[in-house]
Design a protein around this ligand. Structure first.
Ligand SMILES: Nc1ncnc2c1ncn2[C@@H]1O[C@H](COP(=O)(O)OP(=O)(O)O)[C@@H](O)[C@H]1O
Ligand SMILES: [Mg+2]
Length: 292
């Protein structure tokens, strides 16, 4: 069996060698966790630089050149054991990403800001409160898929306990461990078969759980996975993770009449024909929150 020598991690490392080390390690750990599903040089560099930035703010790490190897060890360890701290650092809350603020970590322990009560505790909240939270979930699905970094972040563990609501009624994803990250620039460059056709999750795997194929997500520039996961997992009447008839139960009749929301939420979860989640879902939810 081949093994990788990590002795090099104690030495100062140039950027090209850093990437070479990562490439070799990623070959071995590909697919072990969601974050290693679609390895990309740009993604690993983005993560590495953000982890380095966090360390540079800590007084203990003055000589960053010396600690390059330590960063690599830290990134690789987290990728395999728990990628959450990497995601919180690479997609920081201060840049507008919907994750808690990362405070630090050591080994398996991650310290992050406490956000507030989870979405599960809002299932019986009044309609306007739930409508506002549901709209934010849809906006989150959109921004995680299409953003200026061209990394699509697909959520693979969607349930009402993994989102929390802060004091400003903002929804935050508090469990950022299970996310497949697709480098859209890499997909456009490598052009795998069918890459440019938006990929639709037609829910063939299972009805009472999240079904998806990492290979298909990794091979497409764009996928409607996040809309599907939010609708089928949380919002729709038969949502697999709702203790009521979906988080959006009890839609007021006048709103349903104007927006056809109850029908659209069902279609979003389980499309009957060529229902375009990209076009229809965000538009519907923006309308839902208009003052009446
Ligand atoms: N930053 C946070 N703010 C508020 N609550 C949190 C936060 N992180 C975790 N929680 C709470 O702790 C629970 C377990 O954390 P989570 O990261 O989801 O662990 P697990 O990986 O075991 O599902 C969450 O469901 C949520 O209730
Ligand atoms: Mg969780």
């Amino acid at each position: 069996m081949k093994t990788l020598s990590l002795e090099v991690l104690h030495l100062p490392v140039a950027l090209t060698s850093v990437l070479t080390i990562y490439n070799k390690v990623l070959e071995k750990i590909k697919g072990l966790t969601d974050i290693t599903s679609c390895p990309s040089q740009r993604l690993i560099q983005h993560i590495h630089e953000n982890v380095r930035e966090t360390l540079s703010k800590m007084t203990l790490h003055k000589d960053l050149q010396e600690s390059e190897g330590e960063i690599i060890a830290n990134v690789v360890y987290s990728m395999v054991i728990n990628p959450e701290p990497l995601i919180l650092q690479a997609f920081p809350a201060k840049a507008g990403w919907p994750f808690p603020v990362y405070k630090g970590g050591c080994g398996r322990t991650v310290v992050e800001d406490f956000v507030g009560r989870t979405l599960a505790e809002y299932e019986d909240a009044p309609w306007p409160v739930r409508a506002n939270l549901a709209r934010q979930l849809i906006e989150m699905a959109q921004i995680l898929t299409e953003n200026s970094l061209d990394f699509a972040l697909y959520l693979t563990d969607v349930n009402t306990n993994n989102f929390a609501v802060n004091a400003d009624q903002k929804v935050v994803l508090v469990d950022a461990e299970n996310i497949i990250i697709v480098d859209r620039l890499q997909v456009r460059k490598e052009k795998p078969h069918g890459w440019s056709k938006p990929y639709t999750n037609d829910v063939i795997g299972c009805l009472d759980c999240l079904s998806f194929s990492p290979e298909d997500l990794c091979a497409h520039d764009l996928a409607d996975h996040n809309y599907y996961a939010i609708c089928a997992g949380i919002l729709a009447p038969d949502a697999y993770y709702s203790s009521r008839n979906g988080f959006l139960h009890g839609i007021p009749p006048h709103i349903d009449l104007q927006t056809n929301l109850s029908h659209l939420v069902k279609e979003c979860a389980h499309p009957t024909s060529q229902f375009n989640r990209f076009l229809i879902v965000p538009r519907t939810f923006t309308q839902t929150n208009k003052p009446t």
